[in-house]
Design a protein around this ligand. Structure first.
Ligand SMILES: [Zn+2]
Length: 437
């Protein structure tokens, strides 16, 4: 069912990503998934043709994680890992202009679920390794390739499980490159590549209110679990979280101010807006975000429930978990239980590293005059899992995007697509990077 690569090994990331889009690896969440195995089979077959062996890891049937190693020129150096998840979120074909699983190339774009999140990157990694090895080159340091399951749910059968049960798969890895960063934004006509060096943490908080259950005809204003809960949720939802800068966002804003010719102490939101459509990625990285996402209460129209629950999705900045949690408890108020349903730690690493210097040089060779700035991604990736092993994570899936392209809208969006030139640019940059870093 899965089309194994045939004939000469392609070095075209567009062809590779298109084939991967055609393998439907939808992750529906809650443990329901089409599984990643067929995509892993494809990747393993492709790498096998290049003489690269893979090791498979599965804790649940069909939920395949694949790890490969390419030996570098200098075994003394710590390894670099390129990582990508093989699963995608669901796509409703009714809403799309094209079949989301056809892997179509049209109008200069590769269309389909996973084009940017993140089979495009899988295609770029495979293309970079194929062009490297087929031209007789080797990466400077050992290269670990990690193709993971379940990132689009909670990584319980993917990176989270791999890191806790198979840390040996990542032995010797000091740094990793994956999603969500490395894309270009247009600042005053100049491409600026945002490298992800930080990631907000996640707290899923279950709020529970208790009151007096009664018949719906009774007066029950002061002991209503639903009313108490609604008020708590309103207070949390309306909290005006202040801008709070980290090392990453300070450096980003200072870089943006410089490029825009504005003072360093300009309003952070104004500077963030200069990233255009990508400000929907950049702005939430400047402050805490807390969104109510679920309500559970009641069983019948004429019955006042005695308990009510809500779920609040809290995204906090590195170093601020405890203060944000206590502020939320304060906002919830004394009668409301606040329980942690799930959490992921925030991570941040330095932009001032040799790896970023290599990224800069590789981008510069492909596109003279390009600039790199750090940014903090407001959503989650597998980087916090790798950080548990001391691996520093960077979002760097290099894409040179046309000005005005609404890149954030592509993530989990309808008509997800990526310019084919952007994928070819990215594969070239990754090839150059693994050769020199
Ligand atoms: Zn992703």
């Amino acid at each position: 069912m899965c089309p194994a690569p045939t004939g000469t090994v392609t070095t075209d990331p567009v062809a590779l990503a298109a084939e991967l889009i055609r393998i439907d690896t939808t992750n529906f969440g809650g443990g329901r998934s089409n599984g990643e195995r067929a995509a892993a089979d494809y990747v393993e077959a492709f790498l096998g043709r290049l003489g690269v062996e893979c090791t498979r890891y599965e804790v649940a049937d069909g939920r395949t994680n694949l790890i490969a190693r390419v030996l570098g020129q200098d075994p003394e150096l710590p390894a670099l890992m390129l990582n990508a998840h093989l699963d995608v979120v669901p796509a409703d074909p009714q809403e799309w202009s094209v079949d989301p699983f056809a892997g179509l190339v049209r109008d200069g774009f590769l269309w389909g679920r996973g084009a940017v999140d993140m089979k495009g990157m899988v295609g770029m990694i495979l293309a970079a390794v194929a062009s490297l090895l087929s031209s007789g080159q080797r990466p400077r340091r050992d290269l670990v390739l990690a193709f993971l399951a379940d990132e689009e749910d909670n990584s319980h059968v993917g990176a989270r499980w791999m890191v806790s049960e198979h840390p040996e798969a990542f032995e010797g890895v000091a740094e990793t490159i994956g999603e969500v960063g490395g894309f270009s934004v247009d600042i005053e006509g100049r491409p600026v590549f945002l490298v992800q060096t930080g990631e907000k943490g996640i707290l899923w908080l279950r709020l529970r209110a208790h009151g007096r259950g009664s018949h719906g005809s009774q007066i029950n204003r002061d002991e209503s679990a639903l009313l108490d809960l609604a008020q708590a949720v309103l207070r949390i939802g309306h909290e005006p979280w202040e801008v709070s800068l980290t090392e990453t966002t300070s450096a980003m804003l200072s870089g943006l101010a410089g490029l825009l010719g504005l003072p360093e102490d300009s309003d952070p939101d104004t500077l963030a807006r200069a990233t255009g459509a990508c400000s929907t990625f950049v702005t939430p990285g400047l402050r805490t975000v807390a969104n109510p996402t679920l309500f559970h209460a009641g069983i019948k129209e004429n019955t006042v429930p005695s308990t009510a629950e809500a779920l609040v999705d809290v995204r906090f900045l590195p170093g601020q978990r405890d203060e944000v949690l206590s502020r939320i408890k304060e906002l919830a108020g004394p009668g409301i239980e606040v329980e942690i349903a799930d959490e992921v730690e925030a991570v941040e690493t330095s932009f001032d590293t040799a790896l970023v210097e290599t990224m800069r040089a590789s981008v510069e060779r492909a596109l003279p005059g390009a600039t790199l700035l750090p940014y903090l991604v407001p959503a989650g990736t597998d980087n916090p899992m790798f950080a548990r092993l001391g691996i520093r994570g960077f979002g760097f899936s290099p894409l040179l995007l046309p000005p005005g392209f609404d890149f954030p809208a592509m993530f989990h969006g309808v008509d997800e697509r990526v310019p084919v030139d952007a994928l070819r640019f990215g594969a070239g940059v990754l090839h150059d990077l693994v050769l020199h870093h």
